[in-house]
Design a protein around this ligand. Structure first.
Ligand code: UDX
Length: 446
């Protein structure tokens, strides 16, 4: 009998994982406590924008014409407990309000809700990003709460998917990391990944704490790389250098590499910012806070870039925002996503609005979420409408649509042909040739 799989939590991670497991031939039951989400998923609709996910989901959701029928959804833990041989926990671990630590309440609730229904040998696999030490503690709770006792085992299997590439990253991971406490758990996970998913991907087995640390250290490294290049952008600005050329040149050294060296208004989203903060908080609890003090600097360089973008904009419009119209292109924390969590673009837009600027935002996919989070900002339905009458245009999320804009057409409707590129993603020559004053972070003005 092929293994039956449940996926608990149907956000970016869980919805993608559930659909991917069905694609690989497993019978899958997805669980979420929000009934509206489950209703949407059952109709084959994805509650967020993630390229390729809806198509993948519709290929498998039961009841959809032509689907494999291998994927169903529920809100019932009882049903999930009875169904699954392997349960993947994919719930969110957001930052606690007003604290650095992460909020483990969704993970705790998921374990406490599932455990009473684990009556036969099962494997629960944590995928959420958690503070190191959580897996060992959760394994004990599982044994204590599950009727199956020690036959209800735990493994930790961190997920490294990027939003915007969730389907591709899940179906073709660059590594599979598993933290286990028994051979049986390792064997079961090998069985799950002994599918096309694992082909060509190193399968790395380790203990619980190391597997938890792999995830937080990987994200810390990525955040550090971005803040490093943004620190170089600050120095370039002071010295008259060009950070884009600098990044290109240092990136040719394979030990450094070209990726994640794009200077701009920095990182945001539901992962990197909260993960480095939670990592610092956890290190403090463990008495290892000194080891991670550099992450404090990584965080502050990152936040400083947002403030710097606001300052540059203020200078560009003559020193004050009152009566000035500012067009903002981009609201999401990165392109190809509708996610606005901790979005640098919206943070900059919000600061300018608070300082009296008249801000109009346009984003290809993030408008609904942006409106919900920042209802007082102005919004337009197209880039052209957003820039109409603008004294300055800010490019804050590097969507392809923005790179393909015609500066000539936009130039006809703005009040001033002035653009600040907060992502170093537009072609300066193209804009300058069309009569715009183009300025970017970390680059000389002309
Ligand atoms: C990240 C990790 O990449 C992923 O492995 C992990 O599983 C979850 O966290 P994600 O949050 O989807 O993924 O976004 P990512 O592509 O890492 O970008 C994060 C932020 O960094 C974005 O705001 C992006 O604009 C910014 N960034 C990225 C830069 O400012 N410069 C860069 O060179 C790269």
């Amino acid at each position: 009998m092929p293994l039956k799989i449940t996926v608990i939590g149907t956000g970016y991670l869980g919805a993608t994982h559930a659909a991917a497991m069905a694609e690989l031939g497993f019978e899958v039951l997805g669980l979420d406590v929000v009934p509206e989400k489950i209703e949407m998923l059952q109709r084959g609709e994805v509650p967020m924008y993630e390229p390729g996910l809806e198509e993948l989901l519709r290929r498998h959701v039961a009841g959809i014409e032509g689907s494999s029928g291998r994927l169903r959804f529920t809100t019932s833990y009882e049903e999930a407990g009875a169904f699954g041989d392997v349960h993947f926990v994919c719930v969110n671990t957001p930052q606690k309000h007003g604290e650095y630590a992460c909020d483990m309440s969704y993970v705790e609730t998921a374990f406490a809700s599932l455990a009473p229904y684990l009556t036969r040998p099962t494997l629960v696999v944590g995928k959420s990003t958690v503070p190191v030490g959580s897996a060992a503690r959760l394994a004990e709770r599982l044994t204590a709460l599950a009727p199956a006792g020690e036959a209800a085992e735990l493994a930790w299997n961190p997920e490294f998917l990027r939003e915007g590439f969730a389907v591709q990253d899940t179906l073709h991971p660059d590594r599979i990391v598993v933290g286990v406490a028994s051979e049986r758990a390792e064997e079961l996970l090998r069985e799950v990944y002994a599918t096309p998913i694992g082909e060509g991907s190193p399968f790395i087995v380790m203990d619980y704490p190391t597997s938890e640390l792999v995830k937080t250290s990987a994200n810390s490294f990525l955040a550090t790389k971005i803040s490093f290049i943004n620190a170089m952008a600050e120095v370039c600005e002071a010295a008259g250098g060009d950070v884009v050329k600098l990044a290109e040149a240092i990136g040719h050294d394979e030990r450094i590499g070209k990726k994640f060296l794009r200077a701009g208004i920095g990182f945001g989203g539901g992962c990197l910012p909260k993960d480095i903060r939670a990592f610092m908080a956890r290190a403090g609890e463990l008495g290892a806070d000194q080891a991670l003090t550099f992450l404090r600097e990584v965080d502050s360089i990152n936040m400083r870039r947002r403030g710097h973008m606001v300052e540059l904009t203020r200078d560009a419009v003559g020193g004050g925002f009152l009566g000035k119209r500012v067009a903002v292109l981009g609201a999401t924390f990165k392109p190809d996503s509708d996610d606005v969590r901790d979005s640098p673009a919206l943070n900059v837009a919000g600061q300018i609005h608070l300082q009296g600027g008249q801000v109009t935002v346009y984003d290809p996919k993030g408008m609904e979420n942006a409106r919900r989070l920042f209802p007082t900002l102005g919004y337009a339905d197209t880039a052209l409408e957003a820039v109409r009458g603008a004294d300055v245009v800010l490019h804050l999320t590097e969507w392809r649509e923005f790179r393909e804009l015609d500066p000539g057409t936009l130039g006809e409707v703005v009040s001033e042909r002035r653009i600040l590129d907060g992502r170093n993603a537009l072609d300066p020559d193209l804009w300058r040739k069309a009569g715009w004053t183009y300025r970017a972070l970390g680059r000389p003005q002309a």
